[in-house]
Design a protein around this ligand. Structure first.
Ligand SMILES: [Fe+2]
Length: 271
């Protein structure tokens, strides 16, 4: 099984650039094209929030068009830039979005690894929240299939990253989530977004990871006083490959670089 994760697309309508700089529409087009031409096609694609920038119907309509070339099943989660109602309205055929109303939480059981999406949105805030209702749903959903390897996906990562201005809009409810996850050893990974960088941390007996953005990345400044800034580092996405016994994650660049070049000639390393 190969799961492709994209995150923090921040699509804007009417040709607007994000923060006056980032052409998020053309950058997602490039990312979709890259995914379509991967040598191994993913079985599914998951988008872990900040799908659009302002949560408008026009943005979600454009997002739908941009993601349409993907042939795989697509699973969506909201981030702090999203609006649940507008997201649902633009993807009415995505019935899984209604499994846990009012929250957008869902489980998908169609693959060797079960995928559970969790809603960390706190409306009106950049920060995230996991309330008791959401955590109870997660606990019950995990209890229903204790022997199935599982990925738990959400927008806000469940750890402090060191990038001060992002940690100020971090996740409330991390301890509660840790209590739930430590009861369910089948959780192979917590995958998240929000940070627009590739980040990994040990968490609650599993591994928690953050996917880079196909658009802008948050500046790498591990200071509590880090300025609220982004950089145009190479855009990326992730491929989570299930080996049959282990989840292995590859971070991929959207843009192709020079190569590939051979290591060997006539069976010998090129000197
Ligand atoms: Fe974002």
């Amino acid at each position: 099984m190969l799961l492709c994760q994209i995150s923090d697309l921040h699509i804007k309508a009417n040709g607007q650039l994000a923060y006056g700089v980032v052409d998020t529409v053309s950058m997602l087009e490039r990312c979709v094209q890259r995914i379509r031409t991967l040598p191994q096609q993913p079985d599914a694609v998951i988008a872990t929030g900040d799908l659009v920038d302002l949560g408008t119907a026009a943005e979600y309509g454009l997002l739908r068009e941009l993601l349409a070339p993907l042939s795989q099943p697509l699973y969506l989660l909201p981030g702090n830039h999203d609006e649940r109602a507008a997201l649902r309205a633009s993807f009415p055929d995505h019935h899984y979005l209604n499994q846990c109303d009012p929250f957008i939480q869902w489980s998908v059981d169609d693959y060797p690894v079960r995928i559970i999406g969790i809603d960390t949105v706190l409306p009106g805030s950049g920060a995230g929240q996991l309330c008791q209702q959401r955590l109870s749903w997660l606990d019950q959903t995990l209890s229903a299939a204790p022997d199935r390897p599982t990925i738990v996906a959400m927008h806000h990562p469940p750890f402090v990253t060191g990038i001060g201005h992002m940690d100020k809009i971090g996740l409330d409810g991390i301890d509660g989530l840790a209590k739930v996850l430590t009861r369910h050893a089948q959780v192979e990974r917590v995958i998240a977004g929000h940070l627009h960088r590739s980040i990994t941390a040990r968490f609650a007996g599993t591994v928690a990871s953050v996917c880079p953005s196909p658009a802008h990345q948050v500046a790498l400044d591990l200071s509590i006083d880090a300025a609220d800034q982004f950089v145009m580092e190479p855009p990326g996405f992730q491929l989570h490959w299930w080996s049959g016994s282990q989840l292995v994650t590859h971070t991929a660049c959207v843009d192709l670089a020079e190569g590939p070049f051979p290591f060997r000639e006539n069976g010998k390393l090129i000197d």
